[in-house]
Design a binder for this molecule. Structure first.
Ligand code: ACO
Length: 460
């Protein structure tokens, strides 16, 4: 057993006050430095543990492991606080537009009017897709999930800008960052238009980022498109609320991919792939599916009970979060936005009524209260997007568009971090020890009827 003892609970981030670990097997003690960020938890710095002691740490899911230092986003999961570069998410959602938040995440400060204008214009200059890239779409099935199209098309960007991808060159890094933020709405909207068999609308520079996204998603080439400012604002807010969230699964994926020196388009494609999973960005789509399955208020109790049954894989989608053990502050803003949109559009959505009822029942149920399972941002975002006219398959695409700036900001930050190295986790090996090779004629026989499933963990 290893005993860990805090030497001194110092508040500074100096490495002088640390921890001593004692290996009870050998009786040996080792001193480990501590680190404390400007806010947040105190950390044991174990980066030298293995070279000094030959001991590894085990932390599946990284629940107790900080893999990098960062100055972009701070979350206090117990208090329900989310800050981007020190600014509270609700203030940003109420007062900023998405471009301003992008600038803040990328460059660390809110932009001056001149910086904002330059940034807006630069992003507008990169929204078009190369004609050859547009041909990629026709290679996909019309029925393909738009996230599958996103992974492919975003990854393919690296085949178009290979002469401007020197990640050691600041200008090329900036160009790639702006380019990818600019092109994401176009790529996403075209994935949707392609599924409908409709012409691809051109991005238009008279519109803001979010207006343009609306226009490319919903305009009809035979008619003029009129921007509804309430819808544009709702989209903008949605993008702001998804812009960054510290070291979540997709951002960590982007960092890990980027740690090998991979190009930014490939890194963002890997982030999109990670985001697609139902435990992460795919949850908003899963919420709508779940509400459809529950169907009516009278069935809620049955599903709440199912979610509590350890033998039933069903979970209440849109509830719970690895970090928030209190209300997700983004969910609070999203909830308000959700009501506003439905009111302005005059939509009476039975799914929203069901969602509100489910929220109340789950918030008062001892299982959810004890495990601190609160509604997360995905719980409401799906309902807003469905009210705005997005099909469920596009929900995670919207999340990916908003999150791109977070991925790119972390990639940018990682590249200039003097402690940055290739990411290479270790493992707890439970497999066979070294054994002699067995020739085929000495291996015995299996029943062919058994099939493959037991090899994948099924019952034999
Ligand atoms: N419904 C029912 N029970 C739940 C739920 C849920 N939504 N979420 C967690 N639990 C239970 C677990 O069964 C577990 O119970 P146990 O301690 O008895 O085994 C306990 O709460 C802790 O859950 P973990 O899965 O260990 O928590 P973790 O931090 O690993 O997972 C996650 C967090 C993946 C978000 C989980 O809460 C979940 O699956 N939620 C539903 C999917 C979802 O909404 N994802 C969106 C996340 S937010 C985002 O990506 C923007």
């Amino acid at each position: 057993m290893l005993v860990i003892e805090a030497q001194n609970m110092a508040k500074s981030d100096s490495n002088e006050d640390g921890f001593t670990i004692t290996d009870n097997k050998t009786g040996k003690s080792y001193d480990l430095p501590s680190r404390t960020g400007r806010m947040g938890n105190r950390l044991i710095d174990i980066s030298k543990l293995y070279p000094q002691t030959g001991i590894l740490t085990y932390d599946p899911g990284f629940s107790s492991t900080a893999a990098c230092k960062s100055s972009i986003t701070h979350i206090d999961g117990n208090k329900g606080v989310l800050l981007h570069r020190g600014y509270a998410i609700d203030e940003l959602a109420m007062n900023s537009d998405y471009m301003e938040v992008c600038y803040l995440l990328l460059y660390g400060e809110l932009p001056t009017p001149e910086q904002k204008e330059d940034f807006d214009n630069d992003i507008k200059n990169h929204t078009l897709l190369h004609e050859q890239l547009i041909r990629f779409y026709s290679g996909f099935m019309r029925s393909a999930h738009p996230m599958a199209v996103m992974v492919g098309v975003v990854g393919a960007l690296s085949a178009f800008y290979h002469d401007q991808m020197d990640i050691t060159d600041i200008d090329e890094r900036r160009l790639a960052a702006h380019r990818i933020i600019a092109k994401m709405p176009t790529i996403g909207a075209y994935a949707y238009k392609y599924s409908l068999g409709m012409a691809f609308p051109m991005p238009r520079n008279q519109y803001t980022y979010s207006e343009n996204l609306l226009q490319m998603m919903f305009s009809n080439p035979a008619e003029d498109y009129e921007i509804n400012p309430v819808l544009a604002r709702a989209i903008d807010r949605l993008l702001i609320l998804h812009a960054d969230h510290e070291q979540n699964a997709s951002t960590s994926t982007v960092r890990l991919a980027g740690s090998s020196g991979a190009n930014p388009y490939a890194c963002v494609a890997s982030g999109i792939a990670s985001l697609w999973g139902p435990a992460h960005g795919g949850a908003n789509e899963a919420v709508l599916k779940m509400l459809g399955e529950i169907g009516s208020v009278k069935n809620i109790q049955k599903y709440v009970k199912k979610a509590q049954d350890p033998d039933d894989p069903f979970r209440l989608m849109g509830f719970g979060h690895r970090v928030y053990k209190s209300y997700d502050p983004r969910a609070t803003v999203m909830r308000e936005s959700c009501h506003e949109v439905l009111q302005v559009l005059g939509i009476k959505d039975p799914k929203l009524e069901l969602a509100m009822e489910l929220e109340q029942i789950a918030l008062n149920d001892p299982y959810f209260v004890d495990k601190k399972l609160y509604p997360n941002v995905d719980f409401y975002s799906g309902i807003i997007m469905s009210a705005l006219g997005f099909p469920t398959s596009m929900f995670t695409v919207m999340f990916a568009i908003g999150r791109t700036v977070g991925w790119i900001s972390h990639w940018k930050e990682m590249l200039v971090d003097d402690e940055h190295r290739i990411g290479r986790p270790r493992q707890l090996y439970l497999g066979e020890e070294k054994r002699p090779y067995v020739p085929m004629d000495k291996r015995g026989h299996t029943d062919k009827k058994t099939g493959w499933s037991w090899l994948w963990g099924g019952k034999r």
